[in-house]
Design a protein around this ligand. Structure first.
Ligand code: KIV
Ligand code: ZN
Length: 512
């Protein structure tokens, strides 16, 4: 059995998904979950890209133990030094440097000759290797590069100190047969290939990222770069859960497996979806809501008689929670704390108090509180950054053929501000009232609502994208009252915008 090294780039390539932007607190929470999941390497960000990215890579390097922590850098000296600055406190740091090698990228994007690109790559790897032993080199758009040139370049970067060479299909153009052949050819033609690990990084533009990664493994790749839920640029990257479960489920045929702790997959998937605001399509393999649901009578009958008639994987194995009811209205703080621990949250002090208060409020509004309710509540509430605007109350009047009215109360520095607004619908009226408290131009770009569990009293989880000064911010809110979830989600996006936008003029905000 070959052991395949899982390089997770959810925090870097995944965060490059349109409209996604995570704060440092969220990135640390996610990195901790990735460490629990047992990935071998976490690419925590692209330190030179922004101060926020730098801070996130530094914070993850300092606080997450276990996996290698990688930071991305172009081949310039400034990029590599900045990446090292962010990574240097990691237990096991890795500099990941890259440059494009395809004719189209070299000519139009880089405006460099192949020789210049080769020199930049070698110089970058030498510099990175003088800072750390663990250096990965990626040839961006490798699959559309000229094979002889690519082999020459890989030979040179390995000689310069690269310990991993990464072969991306940056635009998701390959098919599995071709990609497998491509990896095999590189393996056969690069004379010093035994001194480096072969990695692949497949994008999903034609829906073949996982298949291409498997074909690469079959032809000698020992590292795959993936993201949780397959999020990433455009159609995303190879999905971690699909790749890991394909290797595990078909291990006798594929003769390869990973170190991933499969029981943490579902939790990681939920957390990524909650924090990024990217909902998971119901029929998504492994983690979609319907992935283990049997609708037709024939299938149900089969599964009842023998689960394996229609199930090739056991949902419990990836950590899908059962309908467990451990806690309720009468549970105390200690029982709550211990149960949170079982669910993977080690909370103390203020964070625990806040979580317990939200849980008690939920018990007042929902008869049966399931683990999924608690997880959704905690991920939404406990991971919030600082809140300039705190939801206080909402009063809505709405109906058929009448104008909706909303009155919203928001606390700013302990002072309650209230505004009322009318509109065609209750959400629009609520958002108009919030806008007049905030006194800023926030434009609602996307709005989605999802029920956390089934049942008439289920919590509604709202995810919004609001733009401010041309940048999008995701917000989420949860409540058994969906208009309240909507208000909370909008305020969450506003607070994030304020925390992330330096030039926000706080004097403009009412109450400040
Ligand atoms: O898709 C790509 O080529 C990349 C590289 C930076 C590895 O993300
Ligand atoms: Zn990529």
């Amino acid at each position: 059995m070959k052991n395949i090294f899982i390089f997770d780039t959810t925090l870097r390539d995944g965060e490059q998904s349109p409209g996604v932007s995570l704060n440092v607190k969220e990135k640390i929470a996610l990195a901790r979950q990735l460490a629990k999941l047992g990935v071998d390497c976490i690419e925590a960000g692209f330190p030179i890209a922004s101060p926020g990215d730098f801070e996130a890579v530094r914070a993850v390097s300092q606080s997450v133990e276990g996996p290698i922590i990688a930071g991305l850098a172009r081949t310039s000296e400034a990029d590599i030094k900045r990446a090292w600055e962010a990574l240097k406190n990691a237990e096991r740091p890795r500099i990941h440097t890259f440059i494009a090698t395809s004719p189209i990228h070299m000519k139009h994007k880089l405006k460099k000759t192949p020789d210049e690109v080769l020199k930049s790559a070698v110089d970058a790897v030498k510099l990175a290797s003088s800072l750390t032993e663990d250096v990965e080199f990626s040839a961006e758009d490798a699959f559309r590069s000229e094979l002889n040139y690519l082999c020459e370049l890989f030979e040179a970067v390995i000689a310069a100190g690269a310990k991993t060479i990464n072969i991306p299909d940056t635009v998701g153009y390959a098919t599995p047969w071709e990609f497998g052949e491509f990896i095999k050819a590189i393996r056969e033609r690069v004379p010093n290939i035994d001194q480096a690990a072969i990695s692949v990084h497949c994008h999903n533009d034609l829906g073949m990222a996982v298949a291409n990664s498997l074909a690469a493994i079959n032809n000698g790749a020992t590292q795959v770069e993936v993201t949780v839920n397959g999020i990433g640029e455009r159609a995303g990257n190879a999905s971690l859960e699909e790749l890991v479960m394909a290797l595990y489920t078909r291990r006798n045929y594929l003769k390869a497996d990973t170190n991933v702790n499969k029981g943490e997959i579902y939790r990681a998937s939920k957390l990524v979806s909650t924090l990024t605001g990217m909902l998971i399509q119901p029929n998504k393999a492994i983690v979609g809501k319907n992935a283990f649901v049997h609708e037709s009578g024939i299938h149900q009958d089969g599964v009842l008689k023998e689960r394996e008639t229609y199930e090739i994987m056991n949902p419990a194995m990836i950590g899908v929670p059962g309908n467990n009811i451990f806690l309720g209205k009468h549970s105390g703080r200690h029982a709550f704390k211990m149960h949170l621990k079982d669910l993977g949250y080690d909370f103390e002090g203020e964070v625990l108090d806040k979580a317990f208060k939200s849980f008690k409020e939920l018990c007042d509004n929902k008869k049966i509180v399931l683990d999924e309710d608690i997880i959704a509540l905690i991920d939404t509430e406990a991971l919030k950054g600082p809140e300039t605007y705190q939801f206080s109350y909402l009063n809505v009047s709405s109906g058929t053929n009448i104008v909706s009215t909303a009155t919203v109360g928001v606390n700013v520095n302990g002072v309650l501000y209230e505004q009322a607004a009318i509109a065609k619908g209750p959400v629009e009226a609520t958002y108009a009232a919030i806008n007049s408290i905030v006194k800023q131009e926030f434009i609602l770009e996307e709005y989605a609502i999802n029920s956390v569990t089934s049942g008439r009293d289920a919590q509604g989880e709202v995810v919004v994208k609001a733009s401010y000064q041309g940048k999008s911010f995701t917000g989420r809110g949860i409540s058994v009252d969906v208009i309240e979830s909507s208000a909370r989600a909008y305020l969450n996006a506003i607070n994030k915008a304020l925390n992330m936008t330096k030039n926000y003029s706080s004097e403009k905000a009412e109450g400040m």
